[in-house]
Design a protein around this ligand. Structure first.
Ligand code: 15L
Length: 273
């Protein structure tokens, strides 16, 4: 790893918790932050509770850091106001603070939902136009745009990982194509902090699944070699769902359930005219 001091955001989340354990032994200092409580710091780990929507907090978080692994923010679809405050404005604050503090590289947890409206039968690479499927997906597209801007204007490098479905094990038919194991996710992050030059690279985060909708040719320099495969779970997944509804968007689009028009709970406010 070429960076000594690394900030990890979203450190109390599912993936953040895995990353804390993996990154701490590989860096001089790990600063782990989240709005939620964290426990049991490693000897070289500092735990900081902070709200990513707060600019002054961002300035303190990045102080003295060489690189950032940004897995923070809202991780599900929700109302645009919340997404805007945390995943859009909050991320902009983090980038600006990182640039002013001289941070060299950011690894950004982007998502399949930046391109969720591609059909599951299409194979796309990193040059395909974005097709966000939700407020959450729009914010991921914004994040990738921010990463490109800060590279072009200031030379701050980013690897944007369009994470598929990063869970302990795949559990539905879409996951046969989108699943990313925890170990493979960690490998992408580690490689992203190791290779000497990344500019702004977009990499698709999937394991070595034999079925895929993604082509990682433009991220070959990252040297990612996935070790796990959703194929190991294929029989149990097909047996659990032998007759899938082919008209359901969950089985049509790469973004799965996020492409449903009524995914959000219905508003309780009265219409105003
Ligand atoms: C994501 O980006 C979400 O954070 C995660 O909760 C999953 O829904 C995943 O996408 C997915 O689509 O499988």
């Amino acid at each position: 790893m070429i960076y000594k001091n690394v900030l990890l955001t979203g450190a109390a989340g599912l993936l953040g918790t895995v990353l804390r354990r993996r990154l701490a032994p590989q860096v001089a200092k790990l600063r782990s932050t989240d709005i939620a409580d964290m426990a049991d710091p490693a000897a070289n780990e500092e735990l900081v509770k902070a709200d990513l929507g707060d600019l002054s907090a961002a300035q303190k978080l990045v102080d003295g850091m060489d690189a950032i692994v940004h897995f923070g923010g809202l991780s599900k679809e929700t109302d645009f106001g919340s997404i805007c405050r945390v995943n859009i404005a909050g991320f902009q604050s983090l980038y600006e603070a990182a640039h002013l503090a001289g941070v060299k590289r950011i690894v950004f947890a982007s998502s399949v939902h930046a391109i969720g409206f591609y059909d599951q039968t299409e194979v796309i690479d990193a040059h395909a136009p974005t097709r966000p499927d939700s407020n959450y997906g729009i914010a991921k597209v914004f994040g990738e745009g921010l990463a490109q801007l800060y590279w072009d204007k200031f030379g701050l490098e980013t690897v944007s990982i369009r994470i598929g479905s990063c869970e302990a094990k795949p559990s539905n038919r879409r996951h046969l194509l989108s699943w990313l194991s925890f170990d493979d996710m960690c490998q992408i992050v580690e490689r992203s902090l190791t290779v000497p030059r990344v500019k702004h690279t977009i990499i698709y985060g999937a394991s070595r699944n034999s079925a895929t909708f993604w082509d990682n040719r433009y991220a070959a320099h990252i040297g990612y070699r996935p070790q796990d495969s959703a194929d190991d779970y294929r029989n149990e997944i097909l047996a659990a769902d032998p007759l899938p509804d082919r008209e359901d968007v969950v089985n049509r689009f790469q973004g799965g359930i996020f492409t449903r028009w009524n995914m959000l709970p219905q508003s309780t406010e009265e219409p105003t005219g």
